[in-house]
Design a protein around this ligand. Structure first.
Ligand code: TRP
Length: 335
């Protein structure tokens, strides 16, 4: 048997610009994997975005370009990664319908990712049905092109687990068709928000965006939570729950210097402004080239849309092949 093919697929909901949490949780892996995988897909999940934004189509529409720009600016290369738009592949919706028969309502309600998001949005029983079943449509996103490696943030792991249950059930009932999928989480699976909240999120108002200006980064870092007991420079300070040090641990390459600064901060004698200034420079060094590339790409939105259009044509071709096989397996290939 030959070496197993690696097909990568990942996606973003177009509901807002992407932030540093996306970068360390998934985008870095996406960029790396496009060079290593046999095949690589990036999907803009507009259908999924509409499951909780049905009354806000304008928001979803305008953010399609924004998330495409974010990914291109971070180094997704359309020559290596097929970039496409979910709603342009009707086979994904078709596959979702068949997968829905393999999943129970109880199982969907138990999915921790969905549960968390439902709580955050305050849905209760009045959850849109489309939202509740989005893990099933995500299985179709992943399987329509037979991808088997999914770079995602940690919050998505229960969704991937449910995708594998669908793979198992489908194969058992209709015969071997899909492979189990693996996830890949970045070395920082969950980035805390600038407010110290457990997660950076676009709806939580605690994010630093990949498109933020130097001034915005500066303002956000200067407002970061450090240690409320560290009032005078000479007071001993806490580095553990200190957001500035948490970020320095992740983003500052000079680990030796960060370790020194921590020691000094713990003993007392190191002011917040010094560590904040350091973090501003570290983040600016990371974001500046992304921001610059993004601004250049944004000058020509037609070219970006053309990349998505070309990618969609390619993805659609693959989707049709998979659907043919799926229909044969389900015995609904009539004519
Ligand atoms: N649910 C993902 C998120 O919110 C986005 C997404 C949609 C996705 N379809 C996907 C991610 C398929 C990986 C694979 O971030």
């Amino acid at each position: 048997m030959g070496k197993q093919q690696i097909t990568v697929l990942t996606g973003d909901r177009p509901t807002g610009k992407l932030h540093l949490g996306h970068f360390v949780g998934s985008i870095k892996n996406r960029v790396k994997l496009q060079n290593e995988a046999d095949c690589s897909f990036y999907m803009i999940a507009d259908v999924q975005a509409l499951t909780d934004n049905a009354n806000n189509p304008e928001k979803v529409r305008s953010n399609v370009l924004e998330v495409a720009l974010d990914n291109l600016a971070c180094g997704i290369d359309p020559n290596k990664t097929t970039m496409f738009i979910q709603s342009e592949i009707p086979e994904i919706a078709e596959l979702t319908v068949f997968f829905l028969n393999l999943v129970t309502l109880a199982r969907l309600k138990r999915n921790p990712t969905v549960k968390d998001e439902m709580k955050q949005k305050g849905y209760g029983e009045d959850v849109p049905a489309g939202f509740l079943v989005y893990p099933v449509s995500q299985a179709a996103d992943i399987l329509f092109c037979k991808s088997n490696l999914i770079p995602v943030g940690e919050d998505q792991l229960p969704v991937i687990e449910q995708v594998n249950e669908i793979v198992n059930d489908f194969n058992r009932i209709y015969g071997d068709t899909f492979e189990k999928v693996k996830h890949l989480v970045g070395d920082t699976p969950r980035l805390v928000g600038i407010d110290g909240g457990v997660k950076m999120g676009k709806s939580l108002n605690n994010a630093i965006y990949l498109s933020d200006s130097y001034e915005e980064i500066k303002k956000k870092v200067m407002n970061m939570y450090t240690d409320p007991k560290h009032i005078h420079v000479n007071d001993p300070g806490d580095v553990k729950n200190n957001v500035v040090f948490k970020y320095l641990d992740i983003f500052d390459d000079d680990k030796v210097e960060v370790a020194k600064l921590k020691e000094q901060y713990k003993k007392g004698g190191l002011g917040d402004v010094i560590i904040k200034k350091r973090l501003i420079e570290v983040l600016e060094n990371l974001v500046a080239p992304i921001r610059e590339k993004r601004e250049n790409l944004a000058k020509n939105p037609e070219a970006v849309m053309k990349i998505l259009e070309d990618g969609t044509v390619k993805a659609r071709r693959i989707a049709k092949e998979t659907m043919k096989e799926v229909k044969e397996k389900i015995k609904i290939n009539y004519f």
